[in-house]
Design a protein around this ligand. Sequence first.
Ligand code: SAH
Ligand code: SF4
Length: 347
Amino acid sequence: MRVLTSFNLTELRDIFKELGLEPYRTGQVLDWVYKKFETDFQNMTNLSKTHRSMLSEHFKVHTLELVSKVPAEDSVKYIFRTEDGHLIETVLIFERDHLTLCVSSQVGCAVGCKFCATAKDGLLRNLTTSEIIDQYLLVQKEAPNRIRNVVFMGMGEPLANYEAVRKAVEIMVSSWGIDLSKRRVSISTSGLVAQIRRMAQDPLMKELNLAVSINAPSQALRETLMPISKTNNLEEILQALIEFPYPPDRRIMLEYVLIKDLNDSPKQAQALAKLIAPYRRKFKVNLIPYNPDPSIPFERPSMEGVYAFQEVLRKYNISTFIRLSKGIEVFGACGQLRSKRLELMVK
Ligand code: SAH
Ligand code: SF4
């Protein structure tokens, strides 16, 4: 049985053709799935009974199973089980005037950042396109409003799963699919230089919001926090970002997780400011106070420390924002998504 949400419009048209369905049927079915969130072909009433039965025989709409929902004040964490038994999670975040969905792109992550809980599992596997799309569909189906923003900031390194993520993005931003604005889909990466350059050449991917986890003002410190930096060094990352083909009014987001006594001193703020000041119009900085995790010996700095860090960057006229991760109390915040722990929560 095939999963309908693995395919884009062209692929699905071809499959429908093989099944003897007229091309316009593709649009009808996609409309049911992506606009009406229908999962049962038998309810697709503008198709004949024969077509409905045929589609039910060949396709299913979802592959993930919702196993648990953990509500918090400003977010809900959804835990899903994949068909091969992995647990992944997605966080619905209630922003002031809209909903944002934080999706996972892999089970675990191979990048191995020292501060991140997801890294503890290593990479178990990539998610498929339909598993990524399913996170959206299953949450949207019961969300109070339309989800307008999607951020690839859940479990995994999205650019290490480029093909599956790309097709999921295509489904998300196409008018025949979920129909989100390209400017409301964000890819957050630990800074895979070759993949950033690939994204820059890609007509679809270069339109998205790009966020890069910088986390240190120097190559030496970055290497200790993010071992991947040894092969994707800070200078090369910045060069790839400077060359990224955004129009002049668009900025790449640099994410900086502030960890107490590690990368949060005013001196380090100044070093970061000096590093990016020459390109300040290309970047904005998002400071993320560290979300502590029981399995990692790092701490969150005081809010005064966070504001002081921001102040230094602002003195250099660098747009700098503080992001307090939502969902901390349900372990749904950035860097707290961990497959092994999810197992404990659903048992
Ligand atoms: N792999 C991608 C996207 C997922 S991580 C990436 O690294 O960018 C999303 C963000 O959460 C990254 O900016 C990462 O630096 C940050 N993060 C990881 N662990 C964190 C933690 N414990 N507290 C706060 N932010 C964390
Ligand atoms: Fe992977 Fe991102 Fe966590 Fe680093 S911060 S281990 S890249 S999920």
